[in-house]
Design a protein around this ligand. Structure first.
Ligand code: ADP
Ligand code: MG
Length: 628
């Protein structure tokens, strides 16, 4: 277990991963620190020591909120999906489990399981509009969803007891036993959350929250991941609902108002959004308030609203973040050990581990030339045109890239270079023309499917998941290459473990091959620009590309970094990977590319051997802004 200080050195303290198969993740998301474990131990031990039914009852209630909160944290904290209908899913779980016991005489265990399933299905149904709607419109639909559920409860009086409530939910457990059950389910819930967050599913969900393209080019299918997240968070709410029914014994619609849903948002924001233990800490912090609020019912919304605003304004990282910040200040004062300066952050070409580079080269070679015959990876762009309103970004561009060679694409700003990469990777659909890779037509294929076909790319401005570690960002690239299903991932079955190990090692190899081994555990957003570019290239290579598209990879690199990049690109070409480099650094393009195409105003001006192209007077004067 780490000490608190270890978690604060985001920018400078990194865990060395040299030559190891470690999985350097950012600790922030998982806050396994003794302090919070102590808080949790007290929260569990206190009711046991006091040993009174009332305390067990209250503590069980807090634990139920925390279960629902963990599910909500997965959806909102990791996935950025705001649901104001989580309370309604709790209601579904409660009424389904309660109804089965009251009307059908079911036992509590089967009722609990069916409550879980009902929650999962309801979560998925509620999540469907999120596939089309933006965050806040979606939030409104979840609010309406909550209204519908309460309406249905009131309508089907025969089953639900309507406003009078569903009475007589009796389970063969004391408050004390229920409390232990709730604690156990919290533990399982936390483990599952952590497994999800650390898997490709978690990385995919975070990529979707961050706005997509890093995930898209890595093969993340947004629809699939979102629905899984809604299903899982619904399952937590369903279980929470069933336990709620068991504990309350009587449930009625007025317990499941919008306030109830908002309460879950309040506790996860209060605890610390997206922090592993956040919902548990948040539920503990707020446990007294619902009790207290029953006498202040009409003020409840105001109190939640003010609490939410106060946290967002003054403690955006919640109670956990605030406590940790305070702790860091205390420690800073007591020890002069300031984190090391950034001087050691320069990238040293000598730090490139050649063994790792060789392993990566061998891997990519196998992929690029599966039968020892490097015939795959030929890209044909044929008459592609793209217009944005009146701007004709591309006007009939044709290119042909032979496998295993390095191509350059140059031209002034706005000439359509990035647009062409966006067409090749399916982000833009051309108004006419086609793109194909080895006879496979790419035009019209969803961008998230291209990674699987062996296309990797980087962006002009690196698109990294800033709050994840460098290593985790590289791992995102393996998304479409992972074969284990979501169920195997969540259950941590052997195939998933083996695969994660191999891919994790590959990510380490890539970082080593780029001289970034000791940055593996650093927060990506804190790294200098050049490192971010390298990490993005590593992510693109994780796709095991046959075709690699680099958008201005040398921009902003130091001379040393450029040397690392240069070696890498040469090796890739030599290893059979087709590389297309968009670049303004003409000197480098000249050295590394075997063929150059010049684009201006969306048309190909000239194309051919770099020496010939760059000595063309027209190219020099007009398109490169260099006087002849
Ligand atoms: P380059 O990468 O060569 O600098 P781009 O491909 O980014 O050029 O842009 C080509 C032209 O298309 C520019 O005029 C740019 O303003 C326009 N353009 C690119 N993307 C968009 C977009 N999403 N919406 C509107 N115009 C765009
Ligand atoms: Mg560009």
């Amino acid at each position: 277990m780490s000490d608190l200080a270890g978690r604060f050195g985001r920018s400078s303290r990194t865990r060395a991963a040299t030559g190891s198969s470690g999985s350097p993740r950012l600790r922030d998301s998982f806050g396994s620190t003794w302090f919070w474990w102590l808080v949790l131990a007290v929260a569990v031990l206190y009711p046991m020591i006091s040993n009174t039914t009332y305390i067990f009852f209250v503590a069980g209630g807090v634990g139920i909120y925390s279960i629902v909160g963990i599910g909500m944290n997965l959806l909102y904290g990791l996935g950025g999906q705001v649901s104001l209908g989580q309370g309604a899913i709790v209601a579904v779980g409660a009424y389904v489990a309660g109804g089965l016991i009251v009307h059908r005489g079911w036992g509590m265990w089967p009722a609990l399981i069916v409550g879980l399933l009902a929650g999962a299905v309801t979560g998925i149904v509620m999540g469907l509009p999120s596939l089309r709607l933006s965050t806040w419109y979606f939030a409104l639909t979840t609010l309406a969803f909550g209204g519908v559920v309460v309406g249905l409860v009131n309508h089907f009086r025969g089953l639900t007891g309507g406003a009078d409530g569903l009475v007589g939910i009796v389970v063969p457990m004391s408050s004390k036993q229920l409390f232990y059950l709730v604690v156990a389910i919290n533990a399982v819930g936390l483990v599952l959350y952590r497994t999800f967050a650390q898997s490709r599913l978690g990385r995919g969900l975070i990529a979707i929250k961050e706005g997509g393209e890093a995930g898209t080019v890595s093969g993340v299918r947004a629809t699939y991941i979102k629905l899984i997240a809604f299903g899982i968070s619904g399952a937590y709410a369903g279980v929470g609902g069933a336990l709620f029914a068991f504990e309350q014994q009587v449930i009625s619609p007025d317990q499941f108002t919008t306030y109830f849903s908002i309460f879950f948002i309040v506790i996860i924001v209060a605890g610390g959004l997206g922090r592993w233990l956040g919902p548990v800490i948040g539920a503990l912090a707020f446990f007294a308030i619902p009790e207290f609020l029953t006498s202040l019912a009409e003020w409840r919304m105001v109190i939640y609203g003010v609490a939410l605003l106060a946290f967002m304004a003054f403690a955006p990282e919640g109670i956990m973040g605030a406590v940790e910040t305070a702790w860091r200040r205390v420690r800073r004062r007591s020890s002069a050990a300031e984190p090391a300066a950034r001087a050691d952050l320069a990238l040293d070409p000598e730090a490139v581990v050649s063994d790792s580079a060789a392993r990566i080269a061998a891997l990519l070679k196998r992929r690029a030339a599966p039968d020892g015959n490097p015939s795959s990876g030929a890209l044909v762009v044929d008459g592609v045109a793209v217009a944005f309103g009146g701007v004709k970004a591309l006007q009939g561009v044709s290119l042909q890239l032979e496998p295993g060679r390095v191509y350059g694409l140059v031209g002034p700003n706005g000439s359509g270079k990035t647009t062409l990469l966006n067409v090749i990777t399916g982000i833009y659909v051309p108004s006419s023309g086609t793109v194909s890779l080895d006879e496979t037509t790419l035009t019209g294929i969803a961008p998230a499917k291209l990674a699987k076909l062996g296309i990797g790319r980087t962006f002009q401005t690196p698109r990294l998941l800033k709050d994840l570690s460098a290593w985790e960002n590289v791992m995102l690239g393996s998304y479409s290459g992972e074969k284990a299903t979501a169920a195997e991932v969540l259950a941590r079955l052997p195939r998933n473990r083996r695969e994660s190990k191999v891919l994790g090692q590959r990510a380490n190899d890539l970082l080593e091959a780029l001289g970034l081994a000791d940055r593996a555990g650093a927060r990506a957003g804190d790294l200098p620009h050049g490192h971010q570019r390298m990490i993005e290239i590593a992510r693109a290579l994780m796709v095991e590309p046959r075709l690699l598209l680099l958008d201005e990879p040398a921009a902003g690199l130091s001379a040393d970094e450029l040397e690392v990049l240069d070696r890498l690109v040469r090796n890739l070409g030599g290893g059979g990977v087709t590389v297309l480099v968009v670049e303004h650094h003409i000197g480098w393009v000249r050295e590394v590319c075997t063929h150059v195409t010049v684009l201006d105003q969306g048309t190909v001006v000239t194309s051919g051997d770099p020496e010939a192209v760059f000595s063309d007077r027209r190219v020099r004067e007009t398109y490169l802004g260099v006087s002849a």
